[in-house]
Design a protein around this ligand. Structure first.
Ligand code: UD1
Length: 416
C-alpha cells in the first residue's frame, strides 16, 4: 500500500544518476507564468510536488504537458487569479505563485500555503517584502488577497535570508517598474537556478549567487528553454545512505560544489570522497567515526534538508555527536521512529544528542514528512532485518523513484 519495505544489511555498490532538483524546478515552474508564451523545462523530476504545481498552473488557465522528463507550460493566457484547494495547502512552494501572479497580472487570491510539518513556517517575510514593492495585502481567515496596481522596484533588506521570500521578490521584481535591490538575499543554488531561467527569458539580474541581488525591471520576458540542475538534497541523501549502510557508490551529476559541508562531514567520519566532473564517489568501508558537532545553516552551511539523513549516519558512528538545528524548529520528529529501531538519541530544544550504536534493527516506522521519511529509508538500508516505512507519499513529494535508485545500488527495497 502506501509503504516501503527494506531488507537491510546489503553494502551499497554501483552507480546511479541523480534526478532534477525539486526546490529548483518549483519556482521555475511558477516563473513560467511571467512569460506570455511557451516555456520548455527539461530534467523535471516526476514527483508529487511538481504535479501539484502543474495542477495550480492549469487551474490558472495555463496548459501543461509532459514528454519524458520535459515539461512544456503555455502561459499565453492567465484566466484566473484564485489559488486554493489541496495543491496550495499541501505544498508550501505554492506561495511562489504569489510573486509570479503579481508580476503577470498584478493580483492573486490564495489560501495560506502548506508543506512539511517541520515548523511554523510563516510567510511574514514574503508579505513584508512584497508590501515594500507596492503590494496591498488583505488577510482573511484562510485566504489572503494581494494586489499591486503598480509594482515598484525598491531597495530593501530581508530580516532573514529566506529562500522562498528571495524567490518571491525575484519573481515580482523582474517585470516591476525600476530597480529592485535586495540585501540579505538567500544564496541557495536553487535561487541561482531560478535566476538562470529568468535570465534565459530576458530578465536583468545582477549579483546572482550573492546576498545582494539587483534586478532591473524589463518590459516583458520571452519564451525560454531551461534544464533543471541535479538535486543536491537527493544526492546528499544517497551519500548518507552509503555512509550508514556502507559500500562504494558513484552518483552521476551529483553537484559536489554544492555539497561541501556534507562531504567534509563524511570525510571527517572516515569516508573517502572522490569528486570529478561526472559526479561524486563515496566509499564507506569501516565503522563511521563520530562527528562531534553538526549545525545546520543557510547555504553554504550544512543544509537543514540533510540533517535527518545525517542523523542516521551519526546514530551508527563509534561515539557521540551533537546536532544543532538552526533553521526549522520541528525537524526532530524522526527521533522517536529511529529509537524504535534501536537508535540512542535525546533531544533538548533544538539540539539532538546522538550516541552511536553498532547496529539498528528493522521494524515498522512512520514517515511524517519528506526528509525525515527519506532518513528512515537510509536507516532501513543500514538496519538488520526488515523495515517497513509507512506513509511513502511523504517521500514521493521529493524523490522521483527512491526504491529504483537504491535497487540500482544493490539495496533490497521495494514499494509495498
Ligand atoms: C526552502 C526549501 C526547503 C529548505 C529551506 C531552507 C523549497 C521548496 N523549500 O524552504 O526544502 O529546507 O528552503 O533551506 O525550496 N521563515 C519565516 N517567515 C517567512 C519565511 C521563512 O519565519 O516569511 C522562517 C521559516 O519558518 C524557517 C526559516 O525562515 O524557519 C527558513 O525558511 P525559508 O528559507 O523561507 O525556507 P523555505 O523557502 O520555506
Amino acid at each position: 500500500m502506501d509503504s516501503i519495505h527494506i531488507y537491510g544489511g546489503n553494502l551499497l555498490r554501483g552507480e546511479i544518476r541523480v534526478q532534477g532538483s525539486k526546490n529548483a524546478v518549483l519556482p521555475i515552474l511558477a516563473a513560467t507564468l511571467l512569460v506570455r508564451g511557451t516555456c520548455v523545462i527539461r530534467n523535471c523530476p516526476r514527483i508529487a510536488d511538481v504535479y501539484h504545481m502543474q495542477n495550480l498552473l492549469q487551474e490558472l488557465g495555463c496548459p501543461v504537458s509532459w514528454a519524458g522528463n520535459t515539461v512544456t507550460v503555455n502561459a499565453s493566457k492567465v484566466s484566473d487569479n484564485r489559488m486554493s484547494g489541496e495543491s496550495v495547502t499541501r505544498m508550501r512552494s505554492s506561495v511562489m505563485l504569489l510573486g509570479a501572479m503579481l508580476g503577470r497580472i498584478g493580483e492573486a487570491v490564495m489560501s495560506y500555503p502548506g508543506g512539511c510539518v517541520i515548523g511554523r513556517r510563516p510567510i511574514d517575510i514574503h508579505l513584508a517584502a512584497l508590501r515594500k514593492m507596492g503590494v496591498e495585502i488583505t488577510e482573511e481567515e484562510q485566504m489572503f488577497t494581494a494586489r499591486a496596481v503598480h509594482l515598484q522596484g525598491t531597495e530593501q533588506k530581508l530580516s532573514f535570508p529566506s529562500v522562498g521570500a528571495t524567490e518571491n521578490v525575484l519573481l515580482a521584481a523582474v517585470l516591476a517598474d525600476g530597480i529592485t535591490v535586495l540585501e540579505n538575499a538567500a544564496k541557495e543554488p536553487e535561487i541561482v537556478a531560478l535566476c538562470g531561467f529568468l535570465t534565459e527569458a530576458g530578465a536583468d539580474i545582477e549579483g546572482i549567487g550573492s546576498d545582494r541581488l539587483v534586478i532591473r525591471g524589463v518590459e516583458e520576458l520571452r519564451e525560454a528553454k531551461y534544464t533543471v540542475p541535479a538535486d543536491r538534497i537527493v544526492a546528499g541523501t544517497y551519500v548518507t545512505a552509503a555512509m550508514a549502510a556502507g559500500g562504494s557508490i558513484f552518483l552521476e551529476e551529483a553537484p559536489a560544489d554544492q555539497l561541501g559541508a556534507l562531504l567534509e562531514a563524511a570525510e571527517g567520519m572516515g569516508c573517502s570522497v572522490t569528486i570529478n566532473k561526472e559526479g561524486i564517489g563515496i566509499d564507506s568501508l569501516r565503522r563511521l567515526k563520530p562527528l562531534p558537532y553538526l549545525k545546520t545553516a543557510v547555504y553554504d552551511g550544512f543544509p537543514t534538508d540533510l540533517q535527518s539523513p545525517m542523523m542516521v549516519a551519526m546514530a551508527l558512528a563509534e561515539g557521540q555527536g551533537i546536532i544543532e538545528e538552526s533553521i526549522f524548529e520541528n525537524r526532530f520528529r524522526i527521533v522517536k521512529e529511529l529509537k524504535k529501531m534501536g537508535a540512542e538519541i535525546e533531544t533538548v530544544k533544538n539540539k539532538a544528542y546522538v550516541h552511536g550504536v553498532e547496529r539498528l534493527q528493522g521494524t515498522m516506522v512512520d514517515a511524517e514528512e519528506l526528509r525525515g521519511g527519506a532518513a528512515l529509508v537510509v536507516a532501513g538500508l543500514a538496519a538488520e532485518g526488515r523495515t517497513v516505512i509507512r506513509n511513502r507519499h511523504f517521500i514521493e513529494r521529493g524523490y522521483e523513484n527512491i526504491c529504483k535508485d537504491l535497487r540500482g545500488l544493490g539495496a533490497d527495497i521495494a514499494i509495498g
